[in-house]
Ligand binder design. Structure first.
Ligand code: ZN
Ligand code: ZN
Length: 259
C-alpha cells in the first residue's frame, strides 16, 4: 500500500481495497492476541492452581485478575507471600521451593466485598532514590484482617492498588453491597516497631510481653489489655482482647448510644 501511495496511486481502487484488507487483518490479529492472552492466563492459572495447596481456585463465575509476590509486614518480620486476586476474593499463600519445584501453602482468603486498599504514601513525584519503603507499600483492610504489604516498586504497587480497588468496586456492584456496614479490622503494629507499652509506657521484657489490642491494633502490656470486648466484625461469638483506651472509648460510645 505504501509503495502504491508513493507512486501516486492514492486514488487507485486497489489501494482502498488493500487498506480495508489490512484493517481486517489487524483486527483479526488483535482478536487472536486476545484469545492467546486469555489462554496464557488460563494456563498460568492452572499451573499455579496445581501447585497451590489448601484452596479451591475454580468457582462459578470467578475470574483471575492478577497475581504476584508481595511482602507482608508481619508481627515479627516482613514475610514474602504470593497473592492472587480473583474477581471475588484476594488470597495469599506462602511459596516454598523444594529442590526445583515450587509449591504454595494457602494462608488466607479475603472477601473483596468487605475490603478496601489504601496507598500509604504517594511519593510518585519524588525521584526513585528518594522514595521511602512506604512508597511501595499499601494497606489491605478487611472486616476480619488488616495488614500492610510491599510491592517491589511503586509502579507495581500502583498496579495492585488499582486492580484490587476496581475488583472491589465490581464485586460490590455484583453483590449489591450498599455501604461498608461493618468496620475494618485494625492494622497491627509490628512488634519490632515498639519497645514499650502504648498505655503505661513500661518497657516490654521477656516477662512483660507484647499484646495487640484487636480494636486499634496497638501494642500494650498484659495489664493494659486485660479487658475483653465483642467486636462482631472480627469475631461474632467470643470477646477479644482490647486495650484500656479502646475499652473506655467503646464504653463511652455505648453510653452515647443509650442516650
Ligand atoms: Zn501497659
Ligand atoms: Zn486499643
Amino acid at each position: 500500500v505504501k509503495d502504491l501511495r508513493k507512486k501516486g496511486n492514492d486514488g487507485h481502487h486497489d489501494v482502498a481495497l488493500l487498506d480495508e484488507a489490512l484493517g481486517k487483518i489487524k483486527g483479526a490479529a488483535t482478536a487472536i492476541n486476545d484469545v492467546i492472552k486469555v489462554r496464557e492466563n488460563q494456563q498460568e492459572l492452572l499451573e499455579l492452581e496445581s501447585k497451590w495447596n489448601g484452596y479451591e481456585f475454580s468457582k462459578a463465575g470467578r475470574t483471575i485478575i492478577k497475581h504476584g509476590p508481595l511482602v507482608k509486614r508481619c508481627r515479627r518480620a516482613d514475610k514474602p507471600f504470593y497473592f492472587v486476586l480473583f474477581s471475588d476474593v484476594l488470597v495469599y499463600g506462602r511459596k516454598e521451593t523444594l529442590g526445583t519445584v515450587d509449591r504454595y501453602v494457602h494462608h488466607r482468603e479475603i472477601q473483596l466485598e468487605h475490603s478496601k486498599v489504601l496507598s500509604i504514601s504517594d511519593e510518585s513525584e519524588k525521584p526513585v532514590e528518594e522514595q521511602s519503603d512506604d512508597a511501595r507499600a499499601f494497606q489491605v483492610l478487611s472486616d476480619q484482617k488488616a495488614f500492610v504489604v510491599m510491592a517491589s516498586n511503586v509502579a507495581d504497587k500502583d498496579a495492585w492498588v488499582d486492580a484490587v480497588d476496581k475488583a472491589v468496586g465490581r464485586q460490590r456492584v455484583r453483590r449489591g453491597t450498599v455501604d461498608q456496614a461493618t468496620p475494618f479490622a485494625a492494622v497491627w503494629t509490628p512488634d519490632r516497631e515498639q519497645k514499650s507499652c502504648t498505655i503505661c509506657e513500661k518497657d516490654f521484657t521477656v516477662l512483660r510481653r507484647r499484646h495487640h489490642c484487636r480494636s486499634c491494633g496497638r501494642l500494650a502490656c498484659k495489664d493494659c489489655t486485660s479487658k475483653r470486648v465483642l467486636l462482631k466484625h472480627i469475631d461474632s461469638k467470643s470477646a477479644v482482647r482490647c486495650c484500656d483506651m479502646c475499652y473506655d472509648d467503646l464504653q463511652d460510645k455505648e453510653d452515647d448510644d443509650d442516650d
